[in-house]
Design a protein. Sequence first.
Length: 124
Amino acid sequence: MAIEHFMCPRNIGNMVNADGEGTFGDPECGDSLTVFIKAENNIIKEISYLVFGCPGSVATSSMTSVLAKGKTLEEAQKITEEDVIEALGGLPEHKRHCSLLGVQALRKAIDDYNIKSKNININK
Ligand code: FES
């Protein structure tokens, strides 16, 4: 499953006018990921990402996007690295840390969305 998501990543790409955006980089290996989301009625309607990293980071970013799409912001915030690894059917021990990128960048994108949507409500 992990190889399939690396060869054919889901939801990959840039997003213009995203409601929330989050970037996370792993200082150990230098790989990084930016996640973009659009939400409606508290549900993640669209998600995409740009990833500059190893095959493990591509596969885990892809699976993170699949797991997050259609979830509420609160549910998506709770997705863990273990959830991603399990959904991929496992990862070799030395590649497990790659799943951190997707999960952390997604959480940052949701935080960014929450900050932006609060600012919009204050300015109304
Ligand atoms: Fe850096 Fe995989 S080796 S995220």
